[in-house]
Design a binder for this molecule. Structure first.
Ligand code: C2E
Ligand code: MG
Ligand code: MG
Ligand code: MG
Length: 286
């Protein structure tokens, strides 16, 4: 009996591996055509100043609506694009599109806003990355001081040697560097002295069950104290509730990003909500 069910299980296991393989092959195949088929878009998530309650910038997040597969999450296709090298082309598309938007705001908005763009390991190790990025910036006419490049802790650690000089060269152009998902990796603290970060984004896992005096509260407080002593700005990511919002303010996080203010939304919606139109000023939101 045991033998029989073991055999069945392994058949099922093989079938699910096969299924998994087929799904991945389809995503891979469809993703290659996503740019020409015009299936990609960016959504923008507001970043709000804790002290003033005002919009200070946005994070650009990639969306893929495939005609064949429907909506595919970046958590699914970005790692695949990393593996098969498509991330380089996708990343450039993201950069171009985000720079066009930022350029428009730099010409029309009544105050400077930042545009944060995620960059992953496969992009940073591309030998043409710096040149391509510089070309995109020049072609779009954007002031690079409005740009933030977000890299995750794991990217930073795995590519440490290459990444340091690359990040320094970005910094020289006025681009700021954010350490994304901070606290989820392994050598967080030594990273801060090895790479030129300007911004630290505290991972949302710390905020999930944040309450005054809890373990996570002390961790966030320690990160905040360390970051501000080093002159880094702190962004609290994934803030969902008013309770979390109050606590991140008490802990003096500089900027808050999360569902409590807004999900990532299309450009039109963002511009309407925050009145980012040529004639009007940015509205205070709290
Ligand atoms: P990330 O850079 O850490 O982005 C934040 C993620 O958290 C986004 O998921 C966002 O929608 C989600 N989020 C924001 N606020 C909240 C909240 O209050 N609660 C919860 N539960 N989630 C929140 P998304 O858009 O699905 O992106 C997932 C990841 O995919 C990103 O994590 C980033 O690592 C990657 N990614 C997205 N767009 C790009 C891109 O253009 N290039 C690269 N290289 N990676 C990207
Ligand atoms: Mg990010
Ligand atoms: Mg993050
Ligand atoms: Mg993340």
């Amino acid at each position: 009996q045991a033998k029989k069910s073991g055999k069945n299980q392994s058949v099922l296991f093989k079938q699910s591996l096969q299924l998994e393989h087929n799904v991945r092959a389809r995503i891979d195949h469809e993703l290659r055509k996503a740019i020409i088929k015009n299936e990609l878009s960016l959504v923008y998530q507001p970043q709000i100043s804790s002290v003033y309650g005002e919009l200070v910038g946005v994070e650009a997040l990639l969306r893929w609506h495939s005609s064949e597969l429907g909506e595919v999450s970046p958590a699914e296709f970005i790692p695949m694009a990393e593996e098969n090298g498509q991330i380089i082309e996708l990343g450039l598309w993201v950069l171009k599109t985000a720079c066009q938007t930022l350029r428009k705001w730099q010409l029309t908005a009544s105050r400077p806003l930042t545009m944060s763009v995620n960059v992953s390991a496969g992009q940073l190790t591309d030998p043409n990355f710096l040149k391509n990025m510089t070309d995109v910036i020049h072609a779009s006419g954007v002031d690079p001081r409005g740009l933030v490049v977000e890299i995750t802790e794991s990217t930073a650690i795995s590519e440490m040697d290459n990444v340091r000089s690359l990040l320094e060269q970005l910094t020289e152009q006025g681009i700021r560097i954010a350490l994304d998902d901070f606290g989820t990796g392994f050598s967080s603290i030594s990273l801060l002295r090895q790479l030129p970060f300007n911004i630290i984004k505290i991972d949302r896992s710390f905020l999930k069950s944040l309450s005054r005096g809890s373990q996570d509260w002390y961790i966030v407080k320690a990160i905040q104290d360390l970051a501000s002593a080093l002159g880094h700005e702190v962004v609290a990511e994934g803030v969902e509730t008013n309770q979390q919002l109050t606590l991140t303010r008490e802990l003096q996080c500089d900027v808050v990003q999360g569902y409590v203010f807004s999900r990532p939304i299309p450009l039109k919606e963002l511009e309407a909500r925050y009145l980012l139109t040529p004639e009007t000023k940015i509205r205070r939101i709290s």
